[in-house]
Design a protein around this ligand. Structure first.
Ligand SMILES: C[S@@+](CC[C@H](N)C(=O)[O-])C[C@H]1O[C@@H](n2cnc3c(N)ncnc32)[C@H](O)[C@@H]1O
Length: 361
């Protein structure tokens, strides 16, 4: 009897590990022949999770212990590169989930062949093999989710990208959002060579003035100076870095903030979240709920957005905008939230003339 139980336990654990690996591990670790099938299965799984969540709107969280990185109900379509929507073959050929350099070769060459600034900049980046494809699509999709909500206040016109690494996000905002930001400050404790290559591509396409508008500060985040009223962005600030970014943004009286957290397990927010939430909905969701309460309490109206999980399972974007002239009354806070939702109509990206899949066929 006890042997049978042990065997059942081992089988259950093996199944669970197998499922988690198939669902979340990078595609590169699987044989090439399996990858297409896995992408299809992951997509179907995400869609099932989303539709289950939609059906049960009164209880979005499933009961029982959730996987820490479960992204159920957090799926999104591609906004910056809509050609990928519903076309897993194209997404797979473009290698969005693969750790490969961005290059000018099919199908990306036709995807970037338009005359819009966005297409020309993308082409220039691909021509220079400036960064990984995954980083490129991740940054573009994040920017597209956040850009219209980002704004400065109190005479400030600076956007700060924290832990920016290659700095593509800051550079994209400088090039594509000149009306919002005069200056972009990218901070990281290490300045990678790719930052210079990306800035070269931006200057070649948008003109040399962009070099004056973007500055990289090689500094530990704790020592970075955030101007009062700035906009703050951070993609994949590991562990508690996202929490530190939120704390610094609050202290600097930032006007807006957009973060896409990662590495949740040891983050401050996950430790602060109630154990019941951590166990019930998973560490990641519990941490982001905690962050949302922190931001709301600091006077921000927060919304959650997502980028496609085909790019990364760490795909939740927390967007926060300072509520203006709103007291502590829940009614007033609620109306500010509605107001911000109405304003947050996501701008449709400039169409890329090249997004013509019939041409490629
Ligand atoms: C996962 S990477 C994300 C980089 C970039 N935002 C992206 O999306 O590719 C985390 C970055 O945080 C930076 N970082 C970690 N701790 C930091 C600290 N205390 N101060 C400044 N940067 C830090 C690392 O150097 C690294 O570039």
């Amino acid at each position: 009897m006890s042997r049978a139980l042990t065997a059942a336990n081992v089988a259950a654990v093996t199944l669970f590990i197998g499922f988690s690996v198939a669902r979340h591990a990078p595609l590169e670790i699987f044989p090439a022949a399996w990858r297409k099938m896995l992408i299809r299965w992951r997509k179907a799984h995400s869609q099932r999770a989303s539709s289950n969540a939609a059906q049960d709107s009164a209880s979005v969280v499933s009961l029982g212990r959730a996987h820490p990185y479960d992204t159920a109900a957090g799926e999104a379509t591609f906004k910056a590169w809509p050609a990928f929507n519903g076309d897993t073959k194209l997404a797979h050929t473009a290698g969005i989930t693969r750790r490969q350099r961005l290059e000018v070769r099919p199908p990306l060459d036709s995807l970037f062949a338009g005359t819009s600034l966005r297409c020309r900049l993308s082409y220039a980046l691909a021509e220079r093999r400036a960064l990984d494809r995954k980083e490129f699509f991740e940054t573009f999709e994040f920017m597209e989710q956040a850009r219209v909500s980002l704004r400065c206040g109190r005479g400030c016109r600076t956007c700060v990208e924290c832990a920016g690494g290659h700095g593509l996000l800051g550079i994209l905002l400088a090039v594509l959002e000149p009306a919002r930001f005069d200056r972009v400050l990218v901070t990281d404790r290490r300045r990678p060579a790719s930052f210079g290559v990306i800035l070269d591509a931006a200057a070649a396409v948008a003109g040399p003035a962009v070099r004056e508008r973007v500055r990289f500060e090689e500094v530990d985040f704790a020592a970075a100076l955030l101007p009062t009223g700035c906009a703050v962005v951070c993609v994949h600030g590991c562990n508690s870095l996202t929490d530190k970014v939120i704390a610094r943004a609050v202290a600097a009286e930032a006007e807006s903030l957009a973060v896409m957290p990662c590495c949740y397990a040891h983050s401050e927010a996950s430790q602060l979240a109630p154990a019941a939430l951590r166990k019930g909905v998973g560490v990641a969701l519990a941490a982001d709920v905690q962050r949302t309460y922190t931001l709301e309490a600091a006077g921000f109206a927060v919304s959650w957005r997502h980028i496609p999980s085909a790019i990364t399972p760490m795909n939740r974007v927390l967007v926060a905008r300072r509520r203006s002239g709103v007291g502590d009354s829940p009614l007033a806070a609620q109306s500010a939230l509605h107001e911000s939702a109405a304003v947050d109509v996501i701008a449709h990206p400039e169409p890329c003339a090249s997004v013509n899949r019939t041409k490629q066929a």
